[in-house]
Ligand binder design. Structure first.
Ligand code: GTP
Ligand code: IMP
Ligand code: MG
Length: 340
């Protein structure tokens, strides 16, 4: 039995979607539970030549034997939820996808307040998805809950109970976080952050799992860093430099051009410490070291890449167990068996 929590190591978009897809396809957990803020997230999932963008439903949806759960801490936008159920229709989500009855509901009014706010939308550079105002209504105790919404009647359950029963029965549970460490309301670059803590402890709490039940915390980093929205970014490089390195990027949810920077060892250390990381997944290694594209064997990585990986392990004290060398699930080096 293993209960794992996957987290983003920096400002989101670390390639969590690819890692979750790989891990769920490989390990086939019984429960895949979505934690994190809400539909401000955008996870990209690519397999068998198909590409999906997800904001709410767990990214492990393609593992059709798993229950897909959304924890009580996650904000639910019913439009996004039902659109994703339709969009992913062939994966038979109905009957195995449940929202905790305690989830707060994100409304049109929250989206209007987010997009209309000089402070949130303009100064902070929010995604405009309504998450900040919805979380503030939850704190003010005026937000509606999933159990009060008739259209969700067939989809609500006690996610915390289901997840804890699964753990007690020796089943595997995979908790997928969203956003990233540096966007945490407590530990990130406040005020240029999201509306909630985004570290492993909060992700476990989002789903209703206590800290003593968590076995592994997988911290996902990209080989370089990107950030959307405003705020400090110590290792940022210019757009021209990013283009030269061929690492420019655009957002999944907002289409905004992402700011780009080099890997930040100090951030990685702090992120591993506060998340209590037990493993690191390193993505987009091929984009920084094109000679590693699609490599599936550690011994075939270039000396430069190996030394970069070993520097990360030395600085953080955490082993790099997953190395992603391309968007496809096959483009993955999995070193987890070496930990045993
Ligand atoms: P999260 O927000 O962390 O879930 O990241 P994401 O999945 O949203 O990342 P993003 O939207 O930035 O998309 C990343 C893109 O890169 C997707 O098209 C992925 O399929 C792809 N990708 C993921 N890992 C790798 C990798 O190791 N190499 C390359 N070349 N592409 C990757
Ligand atoms: P909000 O969460 O929409 O309020 O946005 C606050 C900040 O967090 C902005 O800088 C957003 O760009 C950033 N943000 C929120 N969610 C994500 C995400 O999933 N990936 C990357 N940035 C995000
Ligand atoms: Mg993303």
């Amino acid at each position: 039995m293993t209960c794992s929590v996957l987290v983003g190591g920096a400002w989101g978009d670390e390639g969590k979607g690819k890692c979750i897809t790989y891990l769920c396809d490989n390990d086939k957990p019984n429960i895949i539970a979505r934690a994190g803020v809400g539909p401000n997230a955008g996870h990209s999932v690519e397999f068998n030549g198909e590409k999906y963008g997800l904001r709410l439903v767990p990214s492990g949806f393609m593992h059709t034997d798993a229950k897909l759960l959304i924890g009580a801490g996650v904000l639910v936008d019913t439009d996004v939820f039902f659109n994703e159920l339709d969009y992913l229709g062939k994966y038979k989500l109905k009957g195995r996808t449940h929202v905790d009855y305690r989830c707060s509901i994100l409304t049109e009014d929250h989206k209007k307040r987010d997009k209309g706010s000089e402070h949130l939308f303009k100064k902070i550079g929010s995604t405009g998805s309504g998450c900040g105002p919805a979380n503030s209504d939850r704190v003010l105790r005026t937000a509606k809950m999933a159990k009060d919404i008739p259209e969700l009647e067939d989809y609500v359950s006690d996610v915390a109970l289901e997840t804890n029963e699964a753990i007690d029965n020796g089943e595997d549970v995979f908790i997928e976080g969203s956003q990233g460490f540096a966007l945490s309301l407590y530990y990130g670059t406040y005020p240029y952050v999201t509306s909630k803590d985004t570290t492993a402890s909060t992700f476990a709490a989002d789903v209703g799992v206590g800290p003593t039940k968590v076995d592994e915390v997988i911290n996902v980093f990209k080989a370089y860093i990107t950030r959307v929205g405003e705020g400090p970014f110590a290792t940022e490089i210019s757009q021209e430099e990013a283009e030269k390195l061929d690492i420019e990027e655009y957002g999944t949810v907002t289409g905004r051009r992402r700011r780009v920077g080099l890997f930040d060892m100090d951030l990685a250390k702090e992120s591993c410490m506060i998340n209590g990381a037990t493993q690191i997944a390193l993505t987009c290694v091929d984009r920084l070291y094109p000679n590693c594209a699609k490599t599936q064997d550690y011994s075939d990585l270039s000396a430069d890449t190996k030394s970069f990986i070993s520097d990360i392990e030395t600085a953080t004290g955490v082993p790099v167990t997953i190395i992603s060398t391309g968007p496809d699930l096959k483009d993955t080096i999995d070193l987890r068996s070496e930990l045993l």
